[in-house]
Design a protein around this ligand. Sequence first.
Ligand SMILES: [Zn+2]
Length: 222
Amino acid sequence: MEKMLSQSIEDYLKAIYEVESSEEKVSTSALSEKLGVSPASVTSMVKKLSERKLITHKRYQGVKLTPAGRKIALEIIRHHRLVELYLKEALGVPWDQVHQEAEKWEHVLSEDLEDRIDKFLGYPVTDPHGSPIPRRDGTMIVRQCDALVDVEPDTLVKVVEVSDHDPELLRYLGGIGLYPETEMTVVSKQPFKGPIIVELTGKEYPIGRNAAKYILVEKANN
Ligand SMILES: [Zn+2]
């Protein structure tokens, strides 16, 4: 890996990786929306990344990471998720605040510190939001799951992962005790795109459909 990759390049590669994981095609407009930058800046960065052979860009196929680009993206994601867990476990930073801090640390963490944090935490496989932490070789354990919004009522589920991008949502979920590995029952889906009602620890709580898109669950064994 090149020594002085700029933070901006790393942010682009990470964003491309994330869009690639959730959608079939990575368009420049999707990137511009995700990164909150103008389409013109995306176009110029896409050109730079193609020249460095970190991505390929074909008109009707969108942007794709090359193996070299993917390696860097996974390395940054590994930093990010390890740092999040370290901040929570070692320093007691609440789970709705670790993401913003990790956005900065991910770019400056040395390989030595990365190894020490990994060891200190006992070689963890998930971050505080349940997202898989890539191993050093870029592999990670990805669990098969569904968005809560797509689950039918009367189903017992286990929370796998919650998006870390909305601190307010994380505070709400933490407030009702909804964390990764929590089991809950989907009780009902209110009509007219109303909230989804879930039951956990004997109480019922509403979760808006939009929020429920960002909560990933798997069927629990009952
Ligand atoms: Zn995060």
